[in-house]
Each structure stands twice: as structure tokens, then as C-alpha cells.
Design a protein around this ligand. Structure first.
Ligand SMILES: [Zn+2]
Length: 253
């Protein structure tokens, strides 16, 4: 059994037939899917899907890139969703300095507000960070520690060590299967095995051998295979380990 810990089946234009996508995942051994919000609308859609499908759980929050439109009202809307029993974390939140749709200040306001909300609710947090690991880690090191997961971790070994010191988990995606990802594989090899989960970030980051096509949760098995190869452990052992890690982090049992 596998768990896709990060996918966007809540993007209706990318996944017009969620039932078929969930079925396809199931046929490939993917029994649980975590659907992650990027703003209020996509967070609500994630919760809607969690209501419709036993295998789906929701993560709700505002992605840094969209925080130009984040208001006090947005925070209230996210807070309301937290009462749903299948909302398992707040995310994806963080900092993204690769894109400039939102200023660093706008991103920071939304990040702080949502971290405070996580602190009050006791829920784990799923981070999106791009070109911003040291800045995000500076912020987290100055706060009370919560259960953190760095989705699609792409930091260097120094970032990884700082995240480890905070007790964080690390999400591994399609890029681990790419030929030129040697330095990523080195960082992942250095992590304790109980800190790693697998994800697709569907419809993005399609793993080999399907790179170039749209991604879907069924493909998390290729991420698992590439991770097993990287860690030099059997594929079934890797599946067991990453499933156990995901169930523990998201409190799925
Ligand atoms: Zn995402």
C-alpha cells in the first residue's frame, strides 16, 4: 500500500473526473491520497473531495504565491475548515521567492497568520518553499516547534540539517527519478528513514518513465521505486516505511 501525501485533485480543470483518477490510483496500490489546498476555493474543494471519497484527506491553507489576495477573512475561512474531521494539516503554506506574484511582505503576513493558526489548532503543517529555505528556516527556528513537512524538499544539506533539527519530515517527488538529480538524491540519502514520505504533486512533477506528461497519484509508485533505489532498500520495504511515516505524521489511523 502506498500513500500519495501531496496531490491537487482539487484543480477541476486538471482533474475533471476525480473518481476515475482515484480508481486508477487504487489499481496501482495507492490507498490514501492527501489533497492540498492553495487558497480558500481549492481548500474547500479538497474538503468536498474528502467528503466524497473515503481514501481522500484534505490539507487546507494559502500557498505563498497566491497571498496577494490573503486577508483576515481568508484566515477565518481556513479556520472554519479545520473543524472537518478529514482535514489533517494546514498547508501548503510557506515562502516562494522564485515567483513574484506576491511580495515577500505579503507572503510573510500570510505565513505568520497560518502558523499561529496551526499553533492554536495543534495540526501539522505542510510547507511549500522555493528559493527561500534559509529564510523560512530562520522564521521557524524562532517559533514554537510544530510537526512540519517540507513538501517536495529541494534544499541543500545545510537546509536539510536545520529542518531535521526541527523534527521535520521531507516530501520526495518525481524529480528523484530524474537523471540530473544527483545532488537531491545525496541529500535524501542522508536523511533518517523515518522522516521521508512520498508524493506526486499531481498534476506537476511527473516521474520517469512518464516525465513530460501530466502527473497523477497512481504515479507515486514510480516515486517509491526511485526512492527505494536511492536508499538501496527493497521496493516493498520503502512502501511500508513511507506509508508508516505518512500515517504517523498526518495521524491517519
Ligand atoms: Zn502542491
Amino acid at each position: 500500500m502506498l500513500i500519495d501525501t501531496h496531490c491537487h485533485l482539487n484543480f477541476p480543470d486538471k482533474f475533471p473526473d476525480v473518481a476515475a483518477t482515484v480508481e486508477q490510483a487504487k489499481l496501482n496500490g495507492v490507498d490514501k491520497l492527501i489533497v492540498v489546498g492553495c487558497d480558500t476555493q481549492s481548500s474547500r474543494r479538497a474538503v468536498e473531495l474528502a467528503d466524497q471519497f473515503d481514501s481522500i484527506f484534505a490539507v487546507v491553507g494559502w500557498h505563498p504565491t497566491y497571498t496577494k489576495d490573503f486577508t483576515q477573512e481568508s484566515l477565518g475561512e481556513i479556520q472554519e475548515l479545520l473543524d472537518h474531521p478529514k482535514v489533517v494539516a494546514i498547508g501548503e503554506i510557506g515562502l516562494d521567492f522564485h515567483w513574484d506574484y506576491a511580495t515577500p511582505e505579503q507572503q510573510r503576513v500570510a505565513l505568520d497568520a497560518q502558523l499561529d493558526l496551526a499553533d492554536r489548532s495543534g495540526l501539522p503543517v505542510v510547507f511549500h518553499a522555493r528559493d527561500a529555505y534559509p529564510q523560512l528556516l530562520d522564521i521557524l527556528e524562532a517559533r514554537p516547534i510544530l510537526p512540519y513537512l517540507f513538501h517536495c524538499f529541494a534544499g541543500d544539506s545545510v537546509d536539510a540539517q536545520r529542518a531535521l533539527n526541527l523534527g521535520s519530515m521531507f516530501g520526495v517527488d518525481g524529480p528523484i527519478s530524474y537523471k540530473n538529480a544527483g545532488s537531491l538524491r545525496e541529500v535524501i540519502q542522508s536523511l533518517p528513514k523515518d522522516r521521508i514520505v512520498i508524493e506526486t504533486d499531481s498534476p506537476y512533477l511527473t516521474p520517469e518513465p512518464h516525465r513530460g506528461k501530466p502527473n497523477q497519484p497512481a504515479h507515486v509508485k514510480f516515486v517509491n521505486e526511485a526512492l527505494a533505489k536511492t536508499l538501496q532498500i527493497p521496493v516493498v520495504e520503502c512502501a511500508r516505511m513511507t506509508t508508516e511515516n505518512a500515517e504517523r505524521f498526518f495521524r491517519l489511523n
